[in-house]
Design a protein around this ligand. Structure first.
Ligand SMILES: [Zn+2]
Length: 123
């Protein structure tokens, strides 16, 4: 795991959590009829998205939520902050801005070149 201070870890954890809740809210807004559903039901909707919904956008948000879940898991396993491709540190500032980042900037750039259709938020 990358070397973060306790304070940096707390801030990263908060950034992850905030982003996750934001995405959850956005997805709920898009699944307008699903406003009052529980998290469990939301997951059900996510697996059976009606045709009239902008699935590209929802797909992207769900993808990011999965990445955030992965990051939170890494955080609890003390593997957080390392690039999944090269193993180098992703960097505190990058993670703070983009908490679901799984790669360092160099690897992300290469990844987006290799898979342009999957490119997420660019930095
Ligand atoms: Zn890397």
């Amino acid at each position: 795991m990358a070397n973060f201070t306790e304070e940096q870890l707390i801030r990263l954890k908060a950034a992850l959590h905030k982003r996750y809740l934001y995405l959850q809210k956005e997805i709920r807004n898009e699944l307008a009829h699903a406003e009052d559903v529980s998290d469990f039901e939301l997951a059900e909707y996510v697996n059976n998205i009606p045709d009239d919904i902008d699935t590209a956008l929802v797909d992207r948000q769900i993808n990011e939520m999965r990445e955030l879940e992965m990051s939170m898991k890494y955080l609890s396993e003390l593997e957080f902050g390392d690039c999944i491709d090269c193993g180098n540190e992703i960097g505190f500032e990058r993670l703070l801005v983009y908490p679901s980042a799984q790669r360092c900037i160099q690897c992300q750039t290469q990844y987006e070149k290799a898979f342009p259709q999957e490119s997420g938020p660019s930095l």
